[in-house]
Design a protein around this ligand. Structure first.
Ligand SMILES: [Zn+2]
Ligand SMILES: [Zn+2]
Length: 489
């Protein structure tokens, strides 16, 4: 009797279970759908709805055939608000009962009369405030009388939210060591923290959508900065000379990286460009001499990385290299871009492959450690300042494909001897300036050279005696050093 009773219970339970799953499926089918269906983001790892794992979400009417179950999660619901002390959580669920939970970031302090209502911390007093946006919001405009070195900025002041930290607000405040920015702030202005040389820690909340030019320029002591997920532009000079910063996470909201944005960030060891970036400005990573790894998301349409070279795909221009770079010889690079290896002091040797036809301006500027370079026979031009300050470079073979050499191309380099091939007919001013070790210049063709102070070669003067290597040195480094040189015939 007891046994039979149990069996009945079991049967009812099974029937209920099945009914439930049928209902769940039916619900799914009839759903009017405020939210688009979502494929199980766990990729079926959790084992539920296994048969749905490989199916695509059903994007059209399929008649009577019941579609495999695809989770359709509702809106995220905050189940626990974050505070400044404790992280909150949010949940969302599918009609089938599947739930997802995520942790929320810590909230900023919430001040009342400059005391945090939650943790009791005191906001910094004495800062300068300026009313903005039709006097409805406040901007922090300066340090004022504040003597704090660990700055805690309030999220509201005299009944209005603090939404901005103004241009130059903390410029050259060299005593500041940490800054906590409230999550009411949307804008950080230009040069706002310029030259805050003692600053070690700065927290930028995700509420911030705009960082001004040069905002953190020269924050030499800062070891990490989280760029908020809503920032679309890393503007010019934003993080220049943040030398202690060892890593930077460029969020996938960013579409452009401005000129010199990370100039002189010598502590950076790797960069990873997300797929969203479509513009990288000149010198964005110049002088990042610690770089060892350059990566680009493979979905990026504008740039790609290979062998630790950052390449602008369409123009086949190598725009950034580092000390571990090997220039790909697969034909994907035809130009070494302006400043590509500028300041890469750890680079010791490099081979420029056959696909390359030009070496840009300042391409290897300040590569103090470069001792060996091999240039392919297809390079026709060597840009201005290309090997300037390459102190370790004592010799270089200029291939007989080169026709022109830009100004200052070898100035202040370690060259001892060089041969100018017959193909070269144009040398700009200062090309061998300050080459104090230079003993011999061999002109393959010493005849037909003229010099002029003017690029159009007006008032040109013929030069003779270039068949003597010592005379050639004197003329190139001294007598006619600051002239344009042109050979005719
Ligand atoms: Zn589901
Ligand atoms: Zn607090």
């Amino acid at each position: 009797m007891k046994h039979k009773f149990l069996a009945v219970i079991m049967a009812i339970a099974t029937a209920l279970c099945m009914a439930f799953s049928v209902t769940a499926c039916g619900e799914k089918g009839n759903e009017t759908g405020n939210n688009p269906p979502v494929v199980d983001p766990s990729g079926g790892e959790q084992g539920n709805q296994g048969e749905g794992g490989t199916q695509k979400p059903d994007d059209g009417e399929q008649g009577e055939t019941p579609a495999p179950h695809v989770h359709s999660f509702g809106e995220w619901k905050v189940t626990k608000e974050s505070t400044c002390k404790e992280a909150g959580t949010k949940k969302r669920s599918c009609a089938c009962g599947e739930k997802e939970t995520q942790t929320l970031p810590l909230a900023g302090h919430d001040f009342e009369n400059m005391i945090c209502k939650v943790c009791g911390i005191q906001a910094s007093l004495g800062l300068e405030y300026t009313l903005i946006n039709e006097d409805k919001e406040y901007e922090i405009s300066g340090l004022g009388d504040c003597k704090d070195t660990d700055l805690i900025i309030t999220n509201n002041y005299e009944g209005a939210p603090v939404t901005s930290i103004g241009d130059h607000a903390f410029e050259l405040c060299s005593k500041l060591t940490s800054i906590t920015i409230p999550d009411s702030v949307i804008t950080i202005g230009e040069m706002t923290f310029y030259g805050c040389t003692s600053l070690i820690s700065i927290t930028i909340p995700d509420s911030v959508t705009s960082l001004g030019e040069g905002a953190f320029y020269g924050c030499e002591g800062v070891n990490s900065i989280d760029i908020p997920d809503n920032v679309t532009e890393i503007k010019a000079y934003s993080f220049s000379r943040c030398g202690e910063m060892t890593s930077i996470d460029i969020p996938s909201s960013v579409t452009s990286i401005g000129i010199s944005a990370f100039l002189g960030c010598w502590g950076l060891t790797s960069i990873d460009i997300p797929s969203s970036v479509t513009l990288i400005g000149r010198s964005a990573f110049t002088g990042c001499s610690g770089l060892m790894e350059i990566k680009v998301d493979t979905k990026n349409q504008t740039y790609h990385a290979k062998d630790n070279c950052l390449i602008e795909t369409h123009s086949q221009t190598l725009i950034l290299g580092c000390k571990t770079s090997k220039i790909p010889d697969d034909g994907s690079v035809t130009k070494i871009g302006d400043g590509a290896f500028d300041g890469c002091s750890g680079l010791t040797s490099i081979t420029i492959p056959d696909s390359v036809t030009s070496i840009g301006g300042d391409a290897f500027l300040d590569c103090f450690g470069l001792t060996s370079i091999t240039i392919s026979n297809n390079v026709t031009s060597i840009g201005y300042g290309a090997f300037q300050d390459c102190k370790g470079l004592t010799s270089i073979d200029i291939p007989s494909s080169v026709t022109s050499i830009g100004n200052n191309a070898f100035s202040s380099s370690g060259l001892i001897s060089i041969t100018i091939p017959n193909s070269v007919a144009w040398i700009e001013w200062g090309t061998f300036a300050f080459c104090s070790n230079l003993k011999e210049v061999h002109f393959e063709n010493p005849n037909g050279w003229k010099v002029s102070r003017n690029e159009d070669m007006s008032d040109a003067k013929a030069v003779s005696g270039l068949d003597d290597p010592a005379t050639a040195v004197k003329y190139l480094t001294d007598t006619y050093c600051w002239n344009y040189w042109k050979r005719e015939g």
